[in-house]
Design a protein around this ligand. Structure first.
Ligand SMILES: [Zn+2]
Length: 123
């Protein structure tokens, strides 16, 4: 067997992390999962052009899916930290960097790493 390349590994991880967050938000419908697949295909192309970007893939896939959901579904993921005020979505930070996290800009807090939303804010 060929060893799995760092690119494929990063894409696989990104897909798994974003799916975990979608499951946590109970929006992992079939058409939403296909948005993740679409993003992974595009980001594979992107990293092939710019291999140094491989570390950024998870944050980018999360942002792609967030943008696609905004058009088709609504804000995602909703902030689990702020209990008052208008519902708002979390944002990825850094937008282009390794180790992406979901943050709430209203409260100025890191909510969870990408892939760990399920264990955030539900206690
Ligand atoms: Zn918030």
């Amino acid at each position: 067997m060929e060893p799995i390349s760092p690119l494929e590994q990063a894409l696989h991880t990104a897909r798994a992390l974003v799916l975990a967050d979608l499951v946590a938000g109970e929006v992992a419908e079939a058409d939403v999962v296909s948005l993740v697949e679409e993003s992974v295909v595009q980001r594979r192309w992107w990293v092939e052009q710019w291999p140094e970007g491989v570390e950024y893939v998870a944050g980018l896939v999360a942002q792609d899916v967030q943008d696609a959901l905004l058009d088709n579904y609504g804000r995602w993921p909703l902030c689990p930290v702020c209990r008052s005020g208008d519902p708002h979505a979390l944002e990825i930070e850094p937008e282009l960097g390794p180790d992406p996290h979901w943050v709430c800009h209203e409260a100025g807090v890191k909510v969870a790493a990408v892939g760990a939303l399920g264990s955030a804010g539900t206690s």
